[in-house]
Design a protein around this ligand. Sequence first.
Ligand code: FAD
Length: 377
Amino acid sequence: MLSYWEKDSYYADADMVIIGAGLMGLWSAYELKKAAPSRSITILEKSPTPLGASTRNAGFACFGSLTELISDAQSMGTDAMLSIVENRYKGILKIRKTFSDEQIQYDACGGFEAIQHTQSTADHLADHIHQLNTLLAPITGMTNTFEDRSTSMAHYGVKGFDHLVYNPLEAGIHSGKLVHALTQLVLSIGVKILNGIEVKGWIKTADQITIQTNQEATLHAKQLIVCTNGFTNALLPQLNIVPARGQILLTHPIDNLRLKGTFHFDEGFYYWRHIGNRILIGGARNLDFQGEQTTSLLGSDAIRQHLLAFLSKHIITETPITIEQSWSGIMGFTQDKQPMCEMVEPNVLAVIACNGMGVALTPLIAEKVAALMLANN
Ligand SMILES: Cc1cc2nc3c(=O)[nH]c(=O)nc-3n(C[C@H](O)[C@H](O)[C@H](O)COP(=O)(O)OP(=O)(O)OC[C@H]3O[C@@H](n4cnc5c(N)ncnc54)[C@H](O)[C@@H]3O)c2cc1C
C-alpha cells in the first residue's frame, strides 16, 4: 500500500501528465510550465533514465542533407520541405539559446553528404546545389548553404565516393548531456518526473483522466500528453506508429584520425561522425526493414558487421578500425513520415514520431503542444 505521504506528494493529482521523458516529453513540459507556471505537470517514464531514441541517437543536430531535401520537396512539395528545414534551423538556435555550447558539447563541425554517381542527384549536382541554396537563403541568411567539396574528399578523411557536399550548419551534439541538462531545467521550474512508472492505459471520465500504471499507483490528471515515440502501439495502436530500430557502433580511439564532421550517405540510411578521435556510425536499417521494425534493443550482428565493413571501405585511417561499443535505439514513424501532434480525444494529445530528426524539431513542436493544450483548458 502507498503511504499517505507518497500519495500526497509523488502520486498527487496533476493538471497535466506527460508519458515519456525523452526530448519530446521534456521540451513539452518546459514550454507548458513556461506558459502556465501555476499548472502542475508530472512526467511518467518507464525506465530509470529515458530509453528510446533521445539518449541512444547519433547526436546530429540535423539540418538536412541535400538529397534528403530534394527528396522531401518531391514527396511533400517545396513549401512543406522549406517549412521543416526552417523549424529544424530555429530548433537548433533555440537549443543553443537555452544551453551553452559547453553544456551540451555542441560542436559546430559542419556536415557532409557523400553521393555516388549512380544516385540521381549526382546528375546536375551543381544545379541542385544552386537551386537549394537560392531557396534556403531567406532561412539561413547564407548564399551557400551547400557547397561541392568533392575534390577535397581525402582531406576530410573519406574515400570511395564520387561527390561530397558540405553544409556548415550541420553540427554534433552530446545527446546524453542534452537530455540531462533539459531534465535538470524542467525539474528546476517545478515539473515532477517519476521514473520506473510504465503507463498501461487510462480511463477518461467527464472531469478527469485516471492513469493506470505497472505500479500500485494510479494518477489523476485533467490532461494527458503521450510522448512514447516508437513504443506508442502499446497505448494507441490505432495511430499505426511503426517502430524502427537504429543500430550504432562506436570505434576505439584512432590515431591521427582525419575525419571531422557529421556525414550522411544513401538518403540518410548511413550516418557517421567523429567523437574526439573515435567514429560513431549508425544505420543500415534498409538492409532489413522488416527485421528492424521492432522495439527490441538487442540489435543484429549482420547489421553491425555491415557497418564495420562500411567504415573500413570508406574511412581513411592508418590502422584497422576496431569497435569498442555498440547499442540500439528505437524510432517511431508515422505513415507519411511527418511528425504527429494531434488530439486523439479531448484533452489527450499524441506527440509522436520525430523520426530521425527529433533533436532539432522537438523544441519547436513543444511550442505547438503548449498552445494546443492551454487552448483546450
Ligand atoms: C539510432 C538513432 C539515431 C538517431 N539519430 C538522430 C540524430 O542524429 N539526430 C536527430 O535529430 N535525431 C536522431 N534520431 C531521432 C531522435 O533521437 C528522435 O526523433 C527523438 O529523440 C524522439 O524523442 P521522443 O521523446 O519523441 O522519443 P524517445 O526519446 O524515444 O522517448 C520516449 C520515451 O517514452 C518512454 N515510454 C515509452 N512507453 C512508455 C510508457 N508506456 N510509460 C512510460 N514511459 C514510456 C520511453 O522509455 C522513452 O524514454 C535518432 C534515433 C535513433 C533511434
